[in-house]
Design a protein around this ligand. Structure first.
Ligand SMILES: NC(=O)c1ccc[n+]([C@@H]2O[C@H](COP(=O)([O-])OP(=O)(O)OC[C@H]3O[C@@H](n4cnc5c(N)ncnc54)[C@H](OP(=O)(O)O)[C@@H]3O)[C@@H](O)[C@H]2O)c1
Length: 273
């Protein structure tokens, strides 16, 4: 069996050592443009491969994506669509996601941004925190990550609801589906957590109109892909307070300041993102 490895930004030597340890009898190669075209892999373990890889490797039987998000691979020209694509699931990413989302919820839900401001102004004024049961957390995307994050937040006592393309039934979470319900849904989110994949259908889904549906003071946490957010609309969204919290740097659109409340209406705070 021949196995090809390519991982943009990954420590290739470490990966190769580990793979060879587990599969000591297999022929394992790191992909490079100079790899002999005679050497054709059966299986490819990939993270953000270049277009040339698929032009060179034409006998693949399966592609293993070294992560949960397959957005980049799906949109790569030349990917052999007839070859099965397998991605990681339950590989620990859901916990990282949960921590990231919780950080955003705690930061704004418990007013740590305002306490930080007060500290800078050498001022101390206790603020009334809202009970977590009253904080409406809205998830966009109820897939492998969205559903796990949602269930964990629900178990922590938050009021969780979720929206996806097709109807879902998840214990403890109110679910909605379809574009026709999105505006109404957004109007009931104190925190909006975007865990949608980047596809042609989701590109700029959160545009000016949709951001304007969020209640005043709402916070947007974006651990998904930046492409689903219209950056101009986000910057212009002065009425609903929004926060961009991307943990993916794969898109230039994601390069906003992480976790920033923007233009919160009741108390003035308009730091630019
Ligand atoms: N930042 C990071 O470090 C990081 C790491 C891993 C993943 N991610 C990203 O996180 C996102 C979610 O990952 P996942 O593993 O949960 O993906 P997933 O299992 O494929 O789930 C995607 C969810 O989005 C929904 N969806 C897809 N297209 C939609 C559309 N056009 N309209 C409405 N809903 C739509 C799906 O709805 P249906 O189920 O109804 O189809 C599903 O609920 C992806 O963008 C992934 O790339 C980010």
């Amino acid at each position: 069996m021949k196995i090809l490895f390519y991982g943009q930004g990954l420590d290739s030597e470490r990966w190769l050592d580990a793979i060879r340890q587990h599969l000591p009898t297999q022929d394992i190669q790191l992909w490079s443009p100079g790899l002999s075209p005679q050497w054709q892999a059966d299986y490819a373990l990939l993270w953000h491969p270049p277009v040339e890889l698929f032009a060179q490797q034409t006998r693949l039987r399966a592609i293993f994506n070294l992560g949960a998000g397959v957005d980049a691979l799906l949109s790569l020209p030349g990917r052999p669509t007839e070859v099965p694509l397998i991605r990681l699931r339950n590989a620990g990413m859901d916990r990282w996601m949960l921590e990231y989302v919780l950080y955003g919820i705690l930061h704004f839900g418990r007013d740590f941004d305002r306490y930080r401001q007060q500290q800078q102004q050498q001022h101390w004024q206790p603020l009334q925190a809202r009970a977590r049961e009253t904080l409406r957390i809205g998830l966009l995307g109820l897939g492998a990550l969205g559903s796990r994050v949602g269930q964990s937040l629900q178990q922590l006592g938050y009021c969780v609801q979720g929206w996806s393309r097709t109807p879902k039934s998840i214990d403890g979470i109110d679910t909605y589906s379809g574009l026709e319900h999105l505006d109404h849904y957004l109007g009931h989110c104190d925190f909006l957590v975007n865990l949608l994949p980047a596809t042609n259908e989701t590109r700029d889904l959160l545009d000016a109109h949709r951001l304007a549906q969020l209640p005043r003071g709402a916070v947007l946490i974006n651990p998904g892909r930046g492409d689903t957010l219209d950056p101009g609309a986000l910057l212009a969204a002065r009425r609903p307070a929004t926060c961009a919290a991307p943990c993916s740097m794969s898109s230039p659109r994601s390069r906003c300041r992480p976790v920033t409340r923007y233009g919160h209406a009741p108390r003035s705070s308009s730091r630019p993102i």
